[in-house]
Write a protein that binds this ligand. Structure first.
Ligand code: GLA
Length: 769
């Protein structure tokens, strides 16, 4: 098994703000759903070997660390990176496998994606103390000094700091950054014009020199210092320089207006700014070509297109159009008119679709979480029957490695996580609070730009609290409110909290069947009522601190039927199946409203799904319904059931499997989730759970169910490469709108899962270890 590290970085498309970055001006790029992925394994010597699957080379390139010289091909970006990093940090040799879907030389920043992805992988492998801004500066230095292209900082910044769904507004003078959410309903259409550019050759560098000369003649440090109000001064310049300056000055204004347009959700305004930008790039900056002008014109004439322009450095490259939701595909086809065969077209809706937003009854609120794939850290703190208390955050060393763990997620393009606060540690004695176990984790997540859904009670509570006591809900509420205050103090302006994890499972396993803490029998209903009261109290307390906090309620979705030969069980099986909804019903105040539930508390629904979530009544050994059985209910149907019942935004809050089955399982879940999306379910994402391998609950066995493994002495967690690859495949399947779902062989997939499911059921019978 390969045990390397994997990192990725996206290409970018610049929405507006072209040739402003090296003039100290403004830019507004967003990440492209195309990326460069680097798999890296350490060697014992100081050799570097680079093998690429997509960057037009069949043989590996080799060189020795310290001997970096430009050789004139794409590997120069890697050579430049190891030279720059090697001067400051001890590196060792490595084998790198590089794969990229960012079109090269098309104005989509393939080189920044490469230099940032390589640095991310090296940072992880050699534990380098570099922050994300360092990566951008180093990447720019590699281009400027090693490759010889005098490019600005925009592209590496977008690759290092950009996140899906947002435009990155950058003032390149002082590197002030603002993340501007892209509203739903806008599609971006990126069409490769078919002709490549190359910055290291003359024209780009010449433009830059012209801008510098214009600034000098105008007596300013950079063209950024000229504003629209002193445009007249420009007219004293020779014609060419005046044109260059006029472009930069007006383009800066257009960027500011584009930010305002995005904030006002004014797509038409955004479109006309793109049109104006193109005219200026064509006539003043003179970086367009006839072929690109013609493509831009054709695009503009298509229905639903609001504006179009050349994007990137110019002299070839790509064209960007802003279109209304649903119009992008036909517009691209119309503009290309049969020429499509050779050209790459990327169509995506960074802010999601309005259709999806209106599918949920609390529509109108922003998309709660970024990205399609999330990562969940197992955080259970329950007590075993033996009296031993688990602390999975500690036993996976996630407490100690939180910063690196969040960064690992982020460097793989995952911006949303589930994690836990350990009440057992936070309240060591009744009424005494100590958040030192949680605060650094909150700070680390904010620093990495990963949004966390915090579980407040993941199966454990302090020894001095009795969940069946009358005052338990209030005590839990108090703790929840204090944690909400901590989030506020740490500057989390978009808090997301899951008060009580899996109320249904916990009340059944711990209150009814007695095999889980607090080991009660036949008191499932009372325990559930207590947990619901605790949860609703926490909801109220959290919202008193953060009126807009997202409240997440997670439970498994299950399917239970009578065995074919036992029709007498039909009703009991159905009652059992219905019970999966009771906790959510109560949180929403639809059932037992005296427990404090309210419709607005059921804000986002998290559903957990594993291969053994379907069984024949009454359950127990050998009762699992195998995935390929006609009695099994496809996951997308289970999701649709929950959607129809509640109409809330949803996500898969836990899913995973062990060992080699991991990629196949994710492929299955992804396939089903897309089917649910097509059926109108407001599904926000899939949380890989756990994202880090952990010791089994009961037996400490090393479960290989995560994406990353136990950390080594240097804090490096080897990644499970086949799952990392499947994640990329899934991401692509979700990202591009309008593409037909590739036909997956669902039958074969399901039969494969049957076997796996059976063996997992054996291993984990009743213990959910
Ligand atoms: C290229 C460069 C950027 C920027 C753009 C033009 O992409 O890498 O720094 O100058 O061209 O806006």
């Amino acid at each position: 098994m390969r045990t390397g590290v994997v990192a990725r970085a996206p290409g970018r498309v610049n929405i507006i703000g072209e040739h402003t970055d090296y003039n100290g001006g403004y830019v507004l790029p967003t990440v492209l759903p195309r990326e460069t992925i680097v798999e890296l394994e350490r060697r014992d010597d100081d050799l570097v070997t680079i093998y690429s699957t997509a960057l037009s080379s069949t043989e590996a390139s080799r060189y020795r660390l310290g001997d970096e010289e430009p050789v004139g091909d794409w590997t120069d970006y890697v050579r430049g990176v190891t030279q720059a990093l090697g001067r400051r940090h001890p590196l060792g040799g490595f084998d790198a496998r590089i794969e990229s879907t960012v079109p090269v030389g098309r104005g989509l920043a393939s080189s920044a994606a490469l230099t940032v992805a390589v640095q991310r992988a090296l940072r992880e492998r050699f534990s380098l103390a570099l922050d994300d801004l360092d990566l951008a500066h180093i990447a720019q230095g590699v281009e400027n000094d090693f490759v010889g292209a005098r490019v600005g900082i925009m592209d590496p910044l977008a690759a290092s700091l950009g996140r899906e769904g947002e435009a990155l507004f950058v003032d390149t003078r002082d590197l002030t950054i603002r993340r501007v959410p892209i509203p739903p309903g806008i599609e971006l259409v990126v069409i490769d014009s078919g002709s490549a550019h190359r910055h290291a050759t003359g024209e780009y560098n010449r433009r830059r020199a012209e801008c510098e000369e214009a600034a000098e003649r105008l007596g300013v440090q950079q063209l950024r210092d000229i504003t629209e109000s002193d445009l007249r001064r420009i007219s004293v310049l020779p014609d060419t320089l005046a044109r260059r300056a006029r472009h930069v000055v007006t383009e800066n204004t257009r960027v500011l207006e584009a930010v305002a347009a995005l904030e006002a959700e004014d797509a038409e305004r955004l479109g006309s700014l793109l049109n104006a930008s193109h005219r200026s790039l064509r006539d003043n900056f003179q970086v367009s070509t006839d072929a690109i002008d013609a493509l831009v014109e054709r695009l503009r004439r298509q229905s639903g297109v609001l504006g179009a322009r050349i994007t990137g450095g110019g002299f070839g490259g790509a064209v960007l159009a802003v279109a209304l939701e649903g119009a992008g595909r036909a517009a691209a086809d119309g503009a290309l008119d049969g020429r499509r065969a050779h050209q790459d077209v990327v169509i995506f809706a960074p802010g999601g679709t309005t259709a999806r937003r209106s599918a949920s009854r609390n529509g109108g609120r922003p998309k709660p979480f970024g990205g399609v794939l999330f990562g969940g850290f197992e955080c259970s703190t329950h007590l075993l029957r033996s009296g031993r208390r688990l602390d999975l955050i500690a036993s996976t060393r996630h407490d100690e490695l939180a910063r690196r763990d969040y960064r690992r997620l982020r460097d793989l393009g995952i911006h949303t996580a589930r994690d836990g606060v350990r009440w057992t540690l936070v309240e060591p004695a009744p009424g005494r609070y100590d958040f030192s176990s949680a605060r650094p984790m909150v700070a680390a997540a904010l620093e990495a730009g990963v949004r966390v859904i915090w579980d407040l009670l993941h199966f454990g509570w302090p020894d001095h609290a009795d969940p069946m006591d009358r005052d338990f809900p209030e005590r839990f509420g108090e703790y929840a409110e204090r944690f909400a205050e901590l989030l506020r103090d740490e500057g989390d302006d978009a808090p997301a909290v899951c008060p009580v994890n899996e109320i249904s499972f916990l009340s059944f396993a711990g209150g009814e069947a007695g095999f889980f803490n607090p080991f009660l029998h036949a008191r499932g209903d009372d325990f559930k009522a207590q947990l619901v009261r605790a949860s609703t109290t926490a909801c109220a307390r959290i919202r008193s601190v953060h009126p807009h906090a997202r409240l997440i309620h997670v439970d498994p979705v299950i399917h239970v039927v009578a065995r074919p030969d036992r029709p007498q069980d039909v009703e009991a099986a159905e009652n059992h199946r219905q019970a999966q909804f009771h906790a959510w019903d109560m949180i929403a105040g639809r059932r037992h409203p005296e427990l404090g539930g309210r419709p607005e508390y059921l804000d986002v629904i998290g559903v957990n799904y594993y291969v053994h979530n379907q069984w024949y009544y009454p359950g127990g050994h050998g009762s699992m319904i195998s995935p390929s059985s006609p009695r099994s209910r496809p996951l997308h149907q289970l999701l649709l059931d929950v959607h129809q019942r509640y109409g809330r935004p949803m996500f898969i809050a836990e899913t995973g499997i062990e060992d080699e089955a991991r990629p196949a399982w994710l492929a299955y879940v992804g396939h089903e989730v897309r089917a649910a999306l097509r059926a109108g379910v407001d599904l926000q994402g899939i949380c890989l759970y756990p994202v880090v391998n952990h010791p089994g609950w009961e037996d400490d066995r090393h479960c290989h169910n995560g994406l990353w493994d136990y950390a080594d002495d240097e804090g490096v967690r080897p990644i499970y490469v086949p799952l990392a690859r499947e994640i990329e495949r899934q991401r692509r399947a979700f990202q591009e709108l309008g593409e037909e779902e590739p036909v997956e062989n669902t039958e074969a997939l399901l039969r494969g899962l049957d076997e796996i499911g059976a063996s997992i059921a054996e291993k984990t019978e009743d213990s959910r270890s």
